[in-house]
Design a protein around this ligand. Structure first.
Ligand code: PLP
Length: 381
């Protein structure tokens, strides 16, 4: 089945009780048993819920995985993946990570004895230098946040496996419609479904998808024992959002392409980070491993200052100044003071997240309106 068909149908069967075409919201905490231990596969809603089951089947299919496990947020999914590893284990990470992931790794899991090192993965030899005998996990985001760096998933998977480590890819920016890391050799995919999967900025949700049944079992164990489970309404909203994932991702990509071209020739803009641009250093790898280039763009102002970034991000009228991404509406953000504020300034600057860097989550509006909005906001910087 092709992806555009899968997003509409995967995981969803007409409800066995009534034939309801849309998966019902099973708002219940527990399930009746005929006799002790004799039940229909559902005992208690932290452990299983039919609305969640449908979504998990859908996500497993979309990522060509064996099993998907859903959580109350993207961070809860990341947390559950890390809890499949042990104190003393070492994790090599790309250095352009979502701020919350960086914070969870360095502020929480380091206290529990996991070790992390961060490298610039655009130079593959650096990855190998980062490996230690205790390295068990490699963690990457591609396209990355906020610089839209592209990493070669197949190559990194080979390196990780040669070192006896697993590879986890945070696939939030691409969505399963544009990129399927498990097909490229990754072992684990995580999503903040809050973003493109949900797609309407109305739900916080996360998921992890795997092929190895042992990893699936470990994740399900963590889901049930730590309890960061999503409610049935949230699962319903994500399932509903996924039905238009193909349409949305195509339009996000199309609009972003037009806006990247516009910014690329704008006199106030020094640099545009968008993998769809031929000049982007990851363009060829992105063209190989993604179906399209997605809806995320970042750009650096010529006047690379906090003041000019604040001017632009406060002046847009259609682009809403807000954290998050991946919804139908266009958002604008300032990584240095918003999404990446938890990363120390020195570290941030070293990684290219300068004060004049602006991030766009391009929505599905008319591109002419979006360009006119950016044009007026960029006036005077
Ligand atoms: C938002 C985000 C997360 C965290 O997800 P939540 O749903 O906010 O907990 C993780 N990774 C990336 C790339 C994100 O954009």
């Amino acid at each position: 089945m092709k992806k555009a068909t899968q997003v509409v149908h995967a995981g969803v069967e007409p409800d066995p009780l009534t034939g309801a075409v849309m998966t019902p919201v099973y708002q219940t905490s527990t399930y009746a048993q005929e006799a002790p231990g004799k039940h229909k596969g559902y005992e208690y809603a932290r452990t299983q819920n039919p609305t969640r089951t449908a979504l998990q089947h859908c996500l497993a299919a979309l990522e060509n995985g064996h099993e998907a496990v859903c959580f109350s947020s993207g961070m809860a999914a990341v947390d559950a993946v890390l809890k499949c590893f042990n104190p003393g284990d070492h994790v090599v990470c790309s250095n352009d990570l979502y701020g919350g992931t960086y914070r969870l790794f360095t502020k929480t899991f380091e206290r529990y004895g996991l070790q992390f090192t961060f490298h610039d993965f655009s130079h593959p030899e650096k990855i190998v230098e980062g490996f230690r005998p205790q390295t068990r996990l490699v963690w990457v985001e591609t396209p990355s946040n906020p610089l839209l760096k592209i990493l070669d998933i197949a190559e990194i998977a080979r390196m990780a496996h040669a070192a006896g480590a697993r590879l986890c890819v945070d696939n939030t920016f691409a969505s399963p419609y544009l990129q399927n890391p498990l097909d490229l050799g990754a072992d684990i995919v995580v999503h903040s479904a809050t973003k493109y999967l949900g797609g309407h900025s109305d739900v916080v949700h996360g998921a992890a998808v795997v092929r190895d049944p042992l990893l699936g079992e470990a994740l399900r164990f963590n889901q049930n024992s730590t309890g960061a489970v999503p409610g049935p309404w949230d699962c319903f909203l994500v399932l509903r959002g996924i039905k238009t994932l193909a349409l949305r991702m195509e339009k996000h990509s199309k609009n972003a392409r037009i806006i990247a071209d516009f910014l690329n020739q704008h006199p106030a803009v020094a640099q545009v980070h968008y993998p769809g641009l031929a000049q982007h250093p990851g363009h060829h790898v992105a063209a190989r491993q993604m179906r399209d280039f997605g809806g995320m763009i970042s750009f650096r102002l010529k006047k690379d200052t906090l003041e000019s970034a604040i001017h632009v991000t406060s002046a847009t009228r259609i682009f809403v100044l807000a954290e998050s991404l991946g919804g139908v509406e266009s958002l604008i953000g300032h990584p240095a003071t918003m999404t990446h504020a938890s990363i120390p300034r020195d570290e941030r600057m070293k990684n290219g997240i300068t004060d004049g860097l602006i991030r766009l989550s391009v929505g599905i509006e008319d591109p002419e309106d979006l360009i006119a909005d950016l044009e007026q906001a960029l006036r005077g910087v």
